[in-house]
Design a protein around this ligand. Sequence first.
Ligand SMILES: N[C@@H](CCC(=O)N[C@@H](CS)C(=O)NCC(=O)O)C(=O)O
Length: 200
Amino acid sequence: MFKIYGDIFSGNCYKIKLLSDLLEIKYEWHPVDILKGETRTDEFLQINPVGAIPVLVDTTGEIYTESNAILYFLGRGSEYWPETVELQTRVLQWMFFEQYNHEPNIAVARFIERYLGLPDERKEDYLSKQKGGNRALKIMNSALSGSKYLIGEYPSLADISLFAYTHVADEGGFDLSQFPAVQKWIKNIKRLPNFTGMEI
Ligand SMILES: N[C@@H](CCC(=O)N[C@@H](CS)C(=O)NCC(=O)O)C(=O)O
């Protein structure tokens, strides 16, 4: 059985759990508390020198890090990874967008609010993330106004990757009611067979 090291309320970790559940892949969940510094212990750094979760350990003991790379590892060959190189490239395009334009704004604002309780010394940082986060949501909303999922009429790894932090973006101060196509897409993903939320 695979081992997943993660924090279920972290979108980067939850996306691995969600895809595993959708595909009925069995795993053992190993909780890691980032606020207690558990990603920076010598023991953890042996597993991932970057000092971050999620981490996936496969049945042979091989270690994989970076959430979107792990999605690829688990999802290639499934209905969430399209067959043509053109569509595969579109999926990757959205997954890189997630890590560069979306997550650094939305996940960080949410971390400051939900995990740290929006302390005064982080308020400026928090507010600076709103513009970029709203811009990322606007781009998604525009794409989703023309199709049911990000790359067309079927869900892909791009949707799983971006769903993780988007569906809880309100916890970082983002108003999803401004993005109706994104809200509809969230509902569609929640209706996928075997969908599970941020609970373990
Ligand atoms: N690009 C990485 C980001 C991983 C990441 O930043 N993980 C956070 C939790 S969401 C973490 O482990 N932070 C703890 C730390 O930096 O010590 C991925 O997609 O997996």
